[in-house]
Design a protein around this ligand. Sequence first.
Ligand code: COI
Length: 355
Amino acid sequence: MNITVTPALHRKNPRPPESDLGFGTYFTDHMFLMDFSRDKGWHHARIEPYGPLSLDPAAQVLHYNQEVFEGTKAYLQPDGGIALFRPDKNIERMNTSAVRLAMPTIEPDDFLEAIKAIVLIDKDWLPISEGTSLYIRPTFISTEASLLVKPSDTYLFYIILSPVGSYYKEGMNPTRIYATDEYVRATRGGAGAVKTSGNYAPTLVAAGEAMSRGYTQVLWLDSAEQKYIEEVGTSNIFFLIEDELVTPPLGGTILPGVTRDSVIQIAKHWKLKIVERPITIDEVIHGTQNGHLKEVFAAGTAAVISPVGTIGYRGKDYIVDEVQIGALSQKLYDEITGIQYGRREDPFGWRIKIA
Ligand code: COI
């Protein structure tokens, strides 16, 4: 792939103190872009100064939401180099998402080359403080000006970068999540497993209501019965019940998370009991009462491993592990971030050194 580069002449975007990074509010100086049309295929790969996109007001993405995105990160290494973590999984998922939304796929090697190129051009933006990283947001939108409900004939793929700290203001401190039986996130046969913006906007009201009652996030239940636990919306979820780690199975309604898969593989490697099985909210609530539920944590690229200390359900709060950071949550956090930041062995070959 031939990538043309137009460098930013001066640094335009403000650079915050690393203690104020939060998640996803600061952006680097450049972005990667590439166009698709039915006649030319993918073409015009380029890196340009970060800035507004120009879209026709009739662009299909604005009306019918043919959009998919990804989230992955670049990590500073002890030798001053940079590594990615399992980017192949994000690339594969973006292509799977694209197929589900009738969009073309992107050649995985070109995709990885684009990620490397944009990260390297803005490598000075990689934050250095503990727990920070450079978040990579590949985004893929339909651009044809047409109000017909049909797959677009033209698309734009772009990648932006954001220096980030922790997603939740709680950091590693246990969060409070609310299991709603009023709203649902995804239905069987729908697009719940697709990383598309359309899965997020409908969750905002539920999240806002949960937040106004002091919760960090919503815990989503299945749409048919509001009985089985699905995911947290920004991450997947795990329960340690006695000595068994349990997570809901991928059935098309939850996102197949890269961190989720990493937790499962590490747990197997450690010879822990790990099972993907349906788990009901009743079993979880019961577990908080009879002491069988030892730990709960969310797992995601943005959230990393986030312990959950309180589960709200039907107006009541249920406490997990005395609102502590559980030993297994901490151990998994240390292992995953240890691999990502190059502090630990990488028995799985997940760390991809790019500088
Ligand atoms: C990620 O973990 O990368 C995500 O995309 C979650 C996000 C919606 C903040």
